[in-house]
Design a protein around this ligand. Structure first.
Ligand SMILES: *Cc1c(COP(=O)(O)O)cnc(C)c1O
Length: 503
């Protein structure tokens, strides 16, 4: 037994507290709320201690604080299996210094985006949880994807014993590279199906399968149960706390900051998961002064921090940072719950209003609790400018999502004069968004020339122009064998799943 126990409860008021294993297996709480820790323990290691650790050691030390029902052996094995040669650098998450901005590169995993940081370990946490709960059924991860999450989940769950993963993607709704990344995925337990429809169709289809009682009954008889790798799973949030601690410790070790120095943390934000992990890290003892929440033109969160009103009633804008094109940031619900003083009733009322009216307003008292947050946003032009600036000033190449963070950081420094050392989450490799990055460097609109060169030609051009290397996972795609050719229409999703599971 551990000397402390962290339990998880729903933001919407289920009085039942569950351990981490149950929360991870369930994903969402039965009342539709998100699982939050009943308290956040303080780190038992100092930042100086963390400074001596490898990424894997750091991950173990941080995660054991929250996943208290996991044994040391289980956690260590999960960490070792997750953060191995799948990452192209032993640092796992290197930090690059550009003046007072420190880019924390979270894209050295198999799919070249930050989702790998959590999705590399989630499958192991989930199988440990299943084992602990004497769950003898095979876990079926069912996902609808608009691109990045699907591939990261496929790569994470591929050939993990006791699991199957089924990904539905909109046939005409993902980029050619994203589609190629998915249909070439190897593994005996992976299934990829193109749906004739858009992302919403695929998403709604998956939601319907998740709640289909008859189907769930049939699956149970055949020895299967559903689970979710979605970003609201607490098993994705906890591994994301690690890299903020790791980055801080690295800056301390290298003498960039002194012990106890309060850094700022800037995160290009969509679903609010990544920045929430930084906020949790602060509660656990990481010295942070400000959180800069960076949005693209879909600036719901900027408006929220400005006014206290969350309002999704607005046009959805397609930008060149597509993984941040979101109008409902699901993980914000966790922050809302905490700033009500952990009042599930108040949280549930606000979320109900969001569903009914598409907006809600928080009280003045709740707004007081948000003083550590600064909301900013970057237009497409500002984002292109930030890519040019980083390259011209430091010879450093960033992608379109990271550029949103860098642009917001620059504006913030200009507005406030606050030149605190700032960790900026770098969330994707520039090679995932070559056309936009090349156009930004050439001072052209980021969309220009779409369709003229394929993604491989663009990557070569970017590599030649900047002297940077094409990442291995991208190179490997060129000759990868297509393994998945199944397609279906929206009404055929259930039949496809039944065929896959031989039901
Ligand atoms: C998912 C994603 C984000 C947004 O992260 P959230 O945790 O949803 O806020 C930012 N950049 C990239 C490249 C992503 O894939």
């Amino acid at each position: 037994m551990k000397d402390h126990q962290v339990l998880f409860r729903s933001t919407r008021g289920d009085r039942e507290n569950v351990d981490a294993s149950s929360a991870i297996l369930r994903g969402l709480a039965p009342d539709g709320g998100l699982y939050v820790p009943d308290h956040l323990p303080r780190f038992t290691r100092t930042m100086r201690d963390f400074a001596q650790m490898s990424y894997q050691e750091c991950a173990y030390e941080v995660m054991r604080m929250l996943l208290t029902d996991f044994s040391d052996r289980e956690l260590k094995a999960s960490v070792t299996a997750a953060y191995d040669e799948k990452f192209d650098t032993r640092a796992i998450a290197p930090v690059m210094c550009c003046g007072n901005a420190y880019f924390l590169e979270l894209w050295h995993g198999a799919t070249m985006a930050f989702k790998d940081m959590a999705l590399s370990i989630l499958p192991y946490l989930m199988t440990c949880a299943a084992h602990r709960k004497k769950e003898d059924k095979e876990i079926v991860i069912l996902t609808a994807t608009s691109g990045d999450t699907g591939k990261a989940a496929l790569a994470g769950f591929a050939d993990v014993p006791g699991t199957r993963i089924v990904v539905f993607y909109p046939k005409d709704g993902v980029s050619p590279t994203q589609e190629r990344q998915m249909v070439t995925q190897a593994g005996d337990n992976v299934h990829v199906i193109g749906v004739d429809g858009n992302f919403d169709d695929a998403q709604n289809g998956v939601k319907a399968l998740f709640t289909d009682e008859a189907l769930i009954g049939r699956m149970s008889e055949a020895g299967y149960r559903f689970s979710s790798a979605n970003s609201i799973n607490i098993g994705r949030l906890v591994p994301q706390i690690v890299y903020y601690v790791y980055a801080y410790a690295k800056l301390l070790r290298e003498g960039e900051i002194g012990n106890g120095y309060e850094v700022n943390i800037c995160v290009p934000t969509g679903n609010f998961g990544n920045i929430l992990a930084a906020y949790y890290a602060q509660w656990m003892g990481l010295p942070v002064r400000k959180f800069l929440c960076a949005s693209n033109s879909n600036k719901v969160l900027f408006d929220f921090f400005q006014t206290g009103v969350y309002d999704r009633n607005r046009a959805f804008i397609l930008t060149d940072s597509p993984s941040m094109d979101i109008l409902i940031s699901s993980n914000l619900e966790r922050l809302i719950y905490h700033i009500t003083g952990d009042d599930a009733e108040k949280d549930a009322a606000l979320m109900k209003r969001l569903v009914r009216e598409g907006r809600y307003e928080i009280s003045a008292q709740m707004k007081e609790e948000l003083q550590r947050f600064h909301g900013g946003y970057a237009s497409e032009e500002a984002c292109a400018q930030a890519i040019r600036d980083a390259y011209d000033e430091y010879g450093y190449l960033i992608d379109t999502h990271t550029a949103v963070g860098y642009a917001v950081h620059k504006q913030y420094v200009k507005e406030t004069g606050d030149d605190t050392a700032t960790i900026i989450a770098s969330t994707a490799s520039p090679y995932k968004f070559t056309r936009a990055v090349l156009n930004a460097l050439d001072n052209k609109p980021m969309r220009e020339g779409a369709g003229k060169e394929d993604d491989f030609a663009l990557a070569e051009r970017l590599s030649k122009k900047t002297g940077t290397q094409i990442p291995a996972p991208f190179e490997a795609l060129r000759n990868a064998k297509v393994r998945h050719k199944d397609t279906c229409d929206v009404d055929g999703m259930k039949a496809s799943l039944k065929r896959i599971l031989s039901l």
